[in-house]
Design a protein around this ligand. Sequence first.
Ligand SMILES: *Cc1c(COP(=O)(O)O)cnc(C)c1O
Length: 353
Amino acid sequence: MSKYWSSKVKKLEPYVPGEQPKIENLVKLNTNENPYGPSPLALREMERQAGDALRLYPDPESEHLRNAVAEFYHIDRSSVFVGNGSDEVLAHTFQALLKQKKPLLCPDISYSFYPVYSGLYDVECCEIPLAEDFTIRIEDYMRDNGGILFANPNAPTGCFLELQQIESLLQANRESVVVIDEAYIDFGGQSAVELIDKYDNLLVIQTLSKSRSLAGLRVGFAIGQKNLIEALERVKNSFNSYPLDRFAIYGGAAAMSDRQHFETTRKKIITTREWLTSELTKRGFEVLPSRANFVFARNERCDALELSSALRRKNILVRHFKQPRIDQFLRITVGSDIECGQLITTLDEIADL
Ligand SMILES: *Cc1c(COP(=O)(O)O)cnc(C)c1O
């Protein structure tokens, strides 16, 4: 704290990302990264960009990338907004659409960046408790609000809310925007993008960090009707004209176009997730049904924090949240078959399950 800080900065409670330690041979299952690496076509495209063209500013509208996203979903480019990671897209969404007189509704257990943005943008956030089984109960969101935001599949639970339910929510909530953060949608959920034409109050946010294995590139996007996209563009053009560099624009577009790499890698992750779930269940874990690239699991026979520390000593990283209701759970990223195998073998060594 310093006298030079603004009163705003003094009050901020920044997001704490999962660690990125510089230790070799780490089995890194703590930040939901994709073990399979990006599309080779995307890598080649980025290599092509590493030349004299870097002298020039990139396209401020990122048209090439927006076209690729639009093509993937068979929608118009004007329905697509892109940003420097979906975190940035979310930030702009708070400022452009969710900052209203009435409070924003969010689940009590969801992506922990949401309360951080609420603090940054002075958005009053009303936390709606998840049901006992950690699912979202849409009835609880049928009340006056200045916006609704949740992840689907939710994080860190992995639980998926069926599209029908989202549609009921959209129908009952015509006065404010419903934002669905679909960071994990490609691992088995059905995207709400198909509802965009029908609802002018729906914004869907996705990222290339998880299913397209490009967390290091920082590309995210939002899909919605033009009225919503225009609001995001107004904020973006008042903040940073060039949030996506040439690598992100061209590499991201190539990743969206490479359907084959996308399909094979996401299917492998789904298969490994089912294997990991059954192995953990055999060892007495309760594993929430996951449609994401992670599982959320607890075991009555061992304390979650102790177990995560014991795994860490064996060079295996998983994520533990010191948060009420979920402090006995571990969130485990679905890595490669080898990594998940190592996790199971190590669990057998260190714990009497
Ligand atoms: C990973 C994640 C994001 C952020 O993705 P980036 O595009 O890497 O910023 C957003 N929402 C949820 C729920 C996530 O898990």
